[in-house]
Ligand binder design. Structure first.
Ligand code: SF4
Length: 64
């Protein structure tokens, strides 16, 4: 699974980083970004929690 953050929508609240720091961080612009290309099984549950917990729905699954 791949996830990306739509930085046009992200409000930089930091929730995703708090829930799943292995997948998300706030970058120099103050908005979240994914720090891994592929979401591994180990962090998948937390990453999905972060996606579902984003207050503005900025985290999207990348469908290839
Ligand atoms: S939870 Fe959503 S709005 Fe908050 S920093 Fe992460 S992507 Fe941005």
């Amino acid at each position: 699974m791949k996830l990306k953050v739509n930085q046009d929508v992200c409000i930089g609240c930091g929730a995703c980083q708090a829930i799943c720091p292995n997948a998300f961080e706030i970058d120099d612009n103050g908005y979240a970004t994914t720090i891994v290309d592929e979401i591994s099984e180990e962090i998948k549950e937390d990453a999905i929690d972060a996606k579902e917990g984003c207050p503005v729905g900025a985290i999207e699954e990348v469908v290839e």
